[in-house]
Design a protein around this ligand. Structure first.
Ligand code: CTP
Ligand code: MG
Length: 234
């Protein structure tokens, strides 16, 4: 399998979590969330380089964690932007290696199993872009401005999109550049590549690969970790 560069956007402010400490630094089983996330990629033989994107004022704290937890593949800690999109652009600019492919994975998704990551990377080979997604558990409906249902697509036709997402590095760079020039804002990286007109492959994710967004997610994350034997990521 091709070696990849990895960008971990971790520069958000975590407003929905509502804690004073940024959610990336909250402890899960005694280890900061961001360290759980970085360790997944640190332990993958297919990862050549990791760039973490952090809020400017948090970069020293991230640097300390990288040293303390011996995250030797972290080549750089890039300054984040006002949006996730800008943060990933910053990460792309900071990549040192010329790896053909780049993976983007939310700092706030610390529970991605390594085996699932590897299955994903294998299945994504040969694509320009691929993302991990799951069928939504709830029915999703489209509403109008007054709160009335407009239409309700069948659940099997919908996917809740997660990260990791993997891309041809140069095409993702081009998508970020064009989006910045034309003022296009996407919620994630696959949206930008889709907007540029490239096909995006959807691969099966896991309901355990949650994003820590609100306080209940922390309880769930503790439970998922408690249910795993031995090393958390295997
Ligand atoms: N992120 C980022 N830079 C931003 C905004 C978000 O790097 N300007 C990162 C977050 O740190 C997180 C990931 O993108 O790891 C997914 O974003 P989200 O879960 O929305 O995190 P926050 O934006 O921090 O949370 P909230 O939207 O509740 O404020
Ligand atoms: Mg956000």
């Amino acid at each position: 399998m091709d070696e990849v560069g990895v960008i971990i956007p971790a520069a958000g402010s975590g407003t929905r979590m509502g804690t004073s400490l940024n959610k990336q630094f909250l402890m899960l089983k005694g280890v900061p969330v961001l360290v759980h996330t970085a360790r997944i990629f640190q332990s993958s033989e297919f990862v050549r380089e990791i760039v973490i994107v952090g809020a400017r004022e948090e970069i020293p704290m991230i640097r300390e964690l990288v040293a303390r937890y011996k995250l030797s593949k972290v080549q750089d800690i890039a300054p984040g932007g006002a949006t996730r999109q800008e943060s990933v652009t910053s990460g792309l600019n900071a990549l040192h290696s010329d790896a053909k492919r780049v993976v983007v994975h939310d700092g706030a998704r610390p529970l991605l199993p390594l085996a699932l990551l590897h299955r994903f990377l294998g299945a994504a080979e040969g694509t320009v872009a691929a993302l991990m997604a799951v069928e939504p558990k709830d029915t999703i409906t489209r509403i109008d401005a007054n709160g009335w249902v407009v239409e309700t697509p069948a659940r099997e036709e919908l996917r809740a999109v997660q990260t990791p997402q993997v891309f041809d590095r140069l095409i993702l760079r081009e998508a970020h550049r064009r989006a910045a020039v034309e003022g296009f804002a996407g919620t994630d990286d696959a949206t930008l590549v889709e907007w540029l007109g490239y096909p995006v492959k959807v691969l099966e994710g896991s309901p355990e690969n949650i994003k820590l967004t609100t306080p209940e997610d922390l309880l769930l994350a503790e439970q998922i970790l408690a249910g795993r034997d031995g090393d958390i990521n295997f």
